[in-house]
Write a protein that binds this ligand. Sequence first.
Ligand code: ADP
Ligand code: MG
Length: 529
Amino acid sequence: MNIRILSPELQQKIAAGEVIDRPASAVKELVENALDAGATTIRVDIQEAGRRLIRVIDDGYGIPAAEVRLACERFATSKIVHEDDLRRVRTFGFRGEALPSIAAVSRMRLLTRERSALLGTEVRLEGGTLLSSQEAGAALGTAVEVWDLFYNTPARRQFLRSLRTEYGHILGVCTRFALGFPDKSFSLSFDGREVSAFQPGTLPDRIASCFGREASASLEEFESTGITGRTWGFVLPTEVAWRRRYYFFVNHRAVRNPTLYRAVRDAMPGEGGMVLLFLDVPPSVIDVNIHPAKAEVRFRDDPAVYDLVRGALQRRARPAWLQVERVAEREAEYRQQTNTRFSLLGQIEKTFLLTMSEGHLYILDQHAAEERVLFEQLQSGTVKQRALIAPQVVTLSVEEQEFLESKAAEISQCRFTVESFGPQVITLRTVPDFIHPKDASMIFSRWLVRVRQHGEDFHQALSCVAAVKAGQELAPEEQARLLERWSQASNPHACAHNRPVYFRLALDEVRRKIGRTGLSCEFTDPAAS
Ligand code: ADP
Ligand code: MG
């Protein structure tokens, strides 16, 4: 479709508002344009958190030479013509606002070539005014460079937060596109450093690239089709996703929506974890024209969407490998395990170890016992370092990143080696040897929350997050190993937080309680004595 200016009536109907309020919103608009143009490879380069440069290069179908200047005018769009088209839009854009809004507050250079043209077109604008327009050699597709964003609106420029905050927003925008379009190739660089490079793949592949392999191994899948549409996606259970986070994509558009939020929350009450939810519906049943940045949608039939999504999530499937592991553990359950000082009787309720020593029964809290063991190792500095063959990526909030930098000594004392990978992204190179590589980034992230937000002691918090949890089934060998390590602790009685580790029941006391004095049924009658 050709680019034209929307009719005045239609201009009135469009949810108005400020489109470009920070570098990340310019990135969002430009990547949306690239996707709307059918690009399969999109590259985003950022300098100085977007204040100096935002560049988005795509291999989409380009803009015809005759229309390039028009594309930068207000309300010029190739995506809708009539009001009815609003009910049919499948593209991200439809208002013709992004390019002019960005051009108005920057120095913009746009280079584009459509397939049928030999030469491309280059236009330059400054503060929205056209400086030049000429033929130029160009690859197929479009490259938009946005220099010195907000240079002519000093108030806006000053309003920008720290570089790190702005980088965080940009990373968030790009992560959502990467998740929304796993079949496209995306790359992102900050100040010349490659932050992420995503190859086309499946959604689980993409989740693995964004959140680590350990996350993608625990995905719980859901899918359901109803008359309203089709929903599908994945849940990362709480053990893997330390933060509660929902990503919603309606027709691949990343959005917020209260109905979807309620449906997820009601399907998994009390559970944290991460949810990646896709919903594909006919464009006619949603309204995308309700938010200036198109970050929200409204459904024409909320209850139907609610039921579809909630039902799908309730029926989600656990990953196959988790089920297999459980069975293997059960088979080994009957073998008797012994320990030098304690005899192990078994695990109760997946929470306690039942053991016996010198005529006493000990009911041991498995978590508290291991926490004590790890805490003593950390305190005595005897923990070894484990190098990760595949370094694990951890994403951080701005506050976490700052905290990490200020606590570098404590972090490395706990045997973690952290490398900066991009703003708000780090990789773990080594971890304490009691952490299994596949849990590394999850444990690290949880630990960080405990020491930063709750001000907990580093050793206490680490021994707690790394120790086996209540409710975790342990194979008999694992039970025995834990018992052995705990029985050698210098203070086996209390966990790192000084709560008791076990309850001891003396057999003498048991005898007294049930009145056993002899070997057979000759009970002393308490009333007779
Ligand atoms: P909208 O996306 O709402 O139509 P924009 O201001 O973002 O408005 O873009 C105006 C027009 O310029 C688009 O409708 C499209 O025709 C064209 N355009 C913008 N970016 C690209 C791109 N990367 N590739 C191809 N065409 C583009
Ligand atoms: Mg657009």
